[in-house]
Design a binder for this molecule. Structure first.
Ligand SMILES: [Zn+2]
Length: 135
């Protein structure tokens, strides 16, 4: 990917929060530079988030696939992270340390070398407001 192509991509932040009907939502997604280990700023984290539909006629599940490229301000290198965020607040993808496919619970993400995210559950009254379409 060229720098030009990189800067044309929308910021990953512009897709968030990702909301599920259950009230779960993902509030952010960050990429850690593979060279210096620091988080890349939102402005320099760009890519695409797509919805993946699966399930059957009784229940449709939506997963979000995130392909994020982080251009480190200090190192000037791009780190690419590709993960699927699930409604049960788990995330699956390739483990940056072992190279194997893995699935993590949201609160453990700061232990991995690539990502950090903060899961947030809506309070019952927020769900109610949402149900009635009040913001
Ligand atoms: Zn760096």
């Amino acid at each position: 990917m060229t720098y030009e192509e990189f800067w044309k991509l929308p910021t990953i932040k512009s897709y968030f929060p990702l909301n599920y009907a259950s009230g779960n939502n993902w509030v952010s997604f960050k990429v850690k530079c593979h060279q210096c280990g620091k988080f890349v700023s939102n402005h320099r984290t760009r890519g695409v988030v797509t919805s993946l539909f699966n399930g059957n006629y009784r229940k449709v599940n939506i997963d979000y696939e995130v392909v994020a490229h982080g251009l480190c301000h200090a190192c000037d290198v791009i780190t690419t992270a590709k993960y699927i965020l699930h409604e049960d607040m788990t995330m699956s993808g390739r483990d940056p340390d072992t190279g194997k496919m893995n699935r993590w619970k949201a609160r453990q993400e700061d232990k991995t070398s690539v990502l950090f995210m903060k899961p947030q559950k809506l309070m019952w009254w927020k769900k109610l407001l949402k149900w009635f379409g009040i913001k």
